[in-house]
Design a protein around this ligand. Structure first.
Ligand code: ADP
Ligand code: ZN
Ligand code: ZN
Length: 818
């Protein structure tokens, strides 16, 4: 009898173990960890699974099934990635399958529920094998197919190789949810028609054009522009330079004198020979750079604490250059790609083709391409810029990770598992590679700054803005007095209005920040006090004026605005509180001659929604921009001199132990958008609590004062960085089930962890999408073993899962809950 061979695989499912399958000896000689194999799981499901181990030990409790097929010729996942997945699953209390699902681009995750689409383009059908043709044909009649349907059509189970081959031939794609395809921005450029590149023809043309002087002028201007620079000439550039209209250009195109063609903006900005040189650092930047590099000789992580507009990006650029010169890769993590197009184009100008942008909104194929380039260490994947999910890429030789705006909470994934923090994970990855980590922020997270102060990380400070630009002047406006003295117009104090007027008069721009979207949060009946509630969630509906709707911000439920109270039919309704939409409307009335735009989740939903608004503001088409937190994210507008914060109190009063830290960060970051050039910027913060310590500290840029106070509170109330947190959320649609399950869990945990277990407690919004929630918080003191703590939790969880009364109850673990 021949000795049997086996492989262990990770399946993309939330079960906490690997599964063993049987393979032949030939297969055993071929298969390596990190390759995908198609395997059957359950009765009908087929998954692409990742091999972790090839061995000869049969599983003890079940008969190993044979694999269906090997999907890869070489590993698509590296050994380091597998090690990272193991770490993540352990640390964040989830399964490796869940990590796998988050880590791999959708196209790698072929499975029964996957939907296959036909591609727009037609391909040469004679190129297809029989099975491939059959499937391709079927897609003519039905534009999408699920894998199960394909199994039926082809009359065999092993359909993944057919699908894989069709993807490679460009015949089909794998569909994922509703991701927008990434479309690079196109610019219309213009050149002389082919036939006039010949000199004789050109001369004849110009002679002939004497009768059409306007058209001739355009052609002459085109020559001038071409002589000035080798860059392609944009249509609107030519229109402007020759002071003509697009109609004239069109006439020339119709006459086949000119040719219009489309170019991607990034191509326009960097064709390989026009890559810009990095800027000369100012002395403070140079000193910071030296300190960072010096710190890397004995520390893995360095915190760069540099005020807004101090030129941190230029320092990153210098560091990146040095690392890629050594042939190593650089990972540049950003809180959010959509909001950082400005930064990306800046980096593209420096690094051109060496930069790969990895974005979950890009198409499947683009992501697979990026993945492969990074794994193969291609020159165009030397610098990888991406949001948190970029930590999952198959790096080969990482030298440096930059985490820009490291304090941002979007680095933490909330849902689904793995609920990881990209900054913390980045530090783990860097260790695997012996790479360095630079954390950058104007308002570091308390944990990070604490680690730096403790000497665990190096700390480099940059306290001046570039070009001796002053930090903005921040003033607090006392709303209580303003209302009492009747110095308010709508939600604007007289001071804020005067300053807006002044700025507009000078041709400057204004940013106004309001933390809530919609028109006003609550509609209330003045007769009986009733306010309309979401039927699925325990929240009041928010009034949206533009659509005349009441909407739930948690589940999307909406209904038409009611004219009468739904409880007592009274028509005497009033609105309480206010959101961005209302501010926008008041501004339109106050400043009818100016252009006002709003940036929040409601206005940025469409394709390239953010970019459009940011561009319009950048181009000066918009004078006042009203928005939510989105405004705080590293935008660099040259002409903004005034920032107004409509109401600081709803930030400060948020029921969360980080509310004060977050308020400080947010207000500082929003303020940082003001006065980035010579003229000193001004910030007005409207509040009912001008003496609140956080606002006092914000107003004088006192980060270290804020840090000192907050860290004391954290110590006193047992919060991070002194205690680690694990938040457990119990969910079910049955209220009693949630109560009982949460009670049981808390009691079991309390037996072990005593007073360090808090709750169970219903959160302020106890029901979302018809699911009740209850929370338990575990606090882990320094010195208590994290792995032992987690082992206990896992054991309790296993017992919990076996209790019949609790079946169907979801338990969610969030380690390092933010
Ligand atoms: P931060 O990221 O610290 O907020 P930025 O890197 O965005 O700051 O820099 C702010 C502005 O100053 C940018 O417009 C940048 O181009 C400019 N800048 C920074 N450093 C230099 C330098 N050494 N020379 C010229 N311009 C610089
Ligand atoms: Zn009523
Ligand atoms: Zn709802």
């Amino acid at each position: 009898m021949t000795t049997p061979y086996f492989i262990d695989v990770i399946l993309p499912i939330p079960l906490h173990k690997e599964f063993t399958y049987r393979i032949s000896e030939t297969e055993a000689n071929f298969i390596q960890p990190g390759m995908r194999v198609a395997v059957q799981f359950g009765k009908t499901k087929v998954y692409a699974a990742i091999v972790t181990n090839v061995h000869q030990t049969p599983p003890e409790v079940y008969e190993a099934k044979e694999i269906e097929h090997i999907l890869d010729e070489i590993p698509i996942v590296t050994q380091k990635q597998l090690a990272l997945w193991t770490w993540m699953a352990e640390y964040y209390l989830c399964s490796k399958g869940e990590v796998m699902r988050a880590a791999l681009p959708g196209a790698f995750l072929l499975e029964s529920e996957t939907i296959i689409n036909k591609k727009e383009l037609t391909i040469d059908e004679s190129d297809l094998k029989d099975d491939e043709f059959l499937l391709y044909e079927a897609l003519h009649y039905q534009s999408v197919l699920r894998i199960q349907e394909i199994i039926d059509i082809l009359g065999k189970k092993n359909v993944l190789p057919v699908i894989k081959s069709l993807i490679e031939k460009g015949a089909i794609t794998v569909q994922e949810e509703i991701y927008e395809q990434y479309k690079p921005k196109l610019v219309r450029c213009v050149q002389l028609h082919q036939q006039y590149r010949d000199e004789d023809n050109l001369r004849a043309l110009l002679d002939q054009m004497n009768r059409a002087p306007k058209q001739k002028a355009v052609v002459m201007h085109l020559f001038t522009l071409q002589a000035k620079s080798e860059d392609p000439v944009k249509v609107n550039e030519l229109v402007k330079a020759s002071n003509t209209s697009s109609a004239v250009i069109k006439a020339l195109v119709d006459k086949q004198v000119l040719e219009v063609y489309q170019l991607q903006t990034d191509r326009v900005q960097y064709h390989s020979d026009s890559v810009e040189d990095a800027k000369q650092l100012n002395p403070y930047q140079q000193k910071a750079l030296d300190e960072i590099e010096h710190s890397f000789t004995d520390k893995e992580v360095c915190m760069l604490h540099g005020v807004t507009s101090s030129g941190k990006t230029e320092i990153y650029v210098q560091l990146i250059q040095k690392v890629i010169q050594q042939g190593k890769q650089v990972l540049y993590l950003l809180p959010e790609i959509a909001l950082t197009t400005q930064l990306i184009s800046r980096l593209q100008q420096y690094f051109g083709e060496q930069l790969t942008v990895y974005h979950s909104k890009y198409s499947v194929n683009e992501r697979v391409e990026a993945w492969n380039n990074i794994r193969d260490n291609k020159s165009k994947a030397q610098i990888i810029i991406g949001a948190r999910s970029a930590i999952f890429l198959p790096f080969q030789d990482l030298g440096l990770i930059i985490v820009d705006e490291e304090h941002e909470s979007t680095f933490k994934q909330y849902d689904p598992a793995p609920r990881y923090h990209a900054r913390d994970t980045a530090i783990v990855i860097a260790k695997m590679f012996g790479a360095k980590v630079l954390l950058g922020s104007a308002t570091p997270a308390l944990e990070t700054y604490y680690n730096a102060k403790q000497g665990k990380y190096a700390l480099v400070e940059l306290t001046r803005r570039h070009g001796n630009v002053l930090m903005p002047e921040i003033n607090l406006v006392d709303l209580k007095t303003k209302y009492k003295r009747k110095e308010m117009t709508g939600h604007f104090s007289d001071v804020l209005l005067e300053n807006i007027q002044e700025a507009l008069k000078e041709g400057e721009q204004v940013i106004l920040f309001q933390n809530r979207r919609g028109y006003s949060p609550v509609v209330e009946c003045n007769t009986c006090g009733h306010s309309p509630q979401c039927p699925n969630c325990d929240v009041s509906l928010t009034y949206h004026n533009y659509k005349n709707q009441l909407r739930c911000h948690y589940c999307g439920y909406h209904m038409a605005m009611q004219q009468q109270c739904m409880s007592c039919s009274s028509t005497d309704l009033s609105t309480k509180g206010f959101g961005t939409e209302q501010i926008e409307k008041e501004l339109v009335d106050l400043f009818p001659d100016h252009v006002i735009a709003r940036m929040d989740q409601d206005t940025t939903r469409g394709k390239h929604g953010y970019e459009k608004i940011i561009n319009r503001f950048e181009q000066g088409e918009v004078h006042i921009l009203v928005g939510t937190q989105m405004l705080s994210k590293g935008l660099d507008f040259r002409n903004v001199t005034l920032v107004g914060i409509m109401n600081a109190d709803n930030l400060l009063n948020f029921p969360d132990f980080r509310a004060h830290e977050r308020s400080f960060q947010l207000i500082q970051q929003v303020s940082g958008r003001a006065g980035r050039t010579e003229k000193r910027g001004k910030v007005l913060v409207q509040t009912y609590n001008p003496f609140h310590q956080i606002l006092q500290q914000v107003s004088v840029n006192d980060y270290s004062g804020m840090f000192k106070d907050q860290i004391e509170e954290r110590h006193q109330y047992k919060y991070p960085p002194f205690f680690r947190l694990i938040k457990i959320t119990i969910k079910h649609k049955d209220y009693n089930k949630v109560n009982n399950a949460a009670g049981w869990l808390a009691k079991s945990l309390r037996n072990v962890f005593k007073d360090n277990v808090l709750g169970p407690e219903f959160p302020p919004i106890a029901r979302i999408r018809n699911q009740y929630h209850k929370n338990i918080l575990i606090k882990i003191p320094q010195g208590q073993s994290l792995s032992k703590t987690k082992a206990v939790i896992k054991k309790i969880n296993t017992t919990f899962s076996s209790i019949k009364d609790f079946s169907g109850v979801r338990v969610i673990y969030n380690v390092d809950n933010q």
